[in-house]
Design a protein. Structure first.
Length: 167
């Protein structure tokens, strides 16, 4: 059972890395078109602009939404990767600190390789700030999983004590 779970978790890691690779493999034209469409949808359906906020025009605001959405997407997809690395590595390593450390390390290595890959995609470039955002995402994803594991272990340790108190 544990071996099957471990295999499934590592398969999820590989699938998610492939998803990231596919996103990174989009040309700037295709990637930009998707981002712009999402930003325009957000702009048209969600009022995120404070009343006193002055902006140049709708296109300027949409461009800023697009930039924020792109960076949020970086953060999110790498948070998922960090969480998946953490879950997969927890099958191999007992110390939570090692699980967290290696999850973050592997996630950052993949973030760097992702930016190197983007450097060779038409219209895309290698950006250190994207590596930083991706790394923060990995840390958040792995951190959330470690926190959940910690809380579950605390609850499990308390459970037998509570049932003894009732007897």
């Amino acid at each position: 059972m544990k071996r099957t779970k471990t295999t499934i978790l590592w398969c999820l890691v590989v699938v998610w890395m492939a998803v990231i690779f596919c996103f990174s493999n989009q040309s700037s034209v295709n990637s930009g078109a998707v981002s712009t469409a999402v930003a325009e949808t957000v702009y048209e359906n969600v009022d995120l602009t404070p009343e006193r906020f002055e902006y140049k025009n709708d296109n300027w605001l949409i461009a800023h939404y697009e930039m924020l959405l792109r960076k949020a997407a970086h953060l999110f997809i790498f948070a998922v990767l960090g969480a998946l690395f953490c879950l997969a590595l927890s099958s191999h390593l007992k110390k939570k600190s090692y699980v967290f450390l290696f999850s973050v390390l592997l996630g950052i290595i993949y973030a760097v390789s992702d930016e190197i890959h983007q450097h060779f995609v038409p219209g895309r470039s290698f950006l250190l700030k994207d590596i930083l955002i991706d790394s923060i995402g990995v840390i958040i994803g792995a951190g959330v999983i470690i926190l959940i594991m910690f809380l579950i272990s605390k609850i499990k340790k308390r459970a037998p004590a509570r049932s003894e108190d009732r007897a």
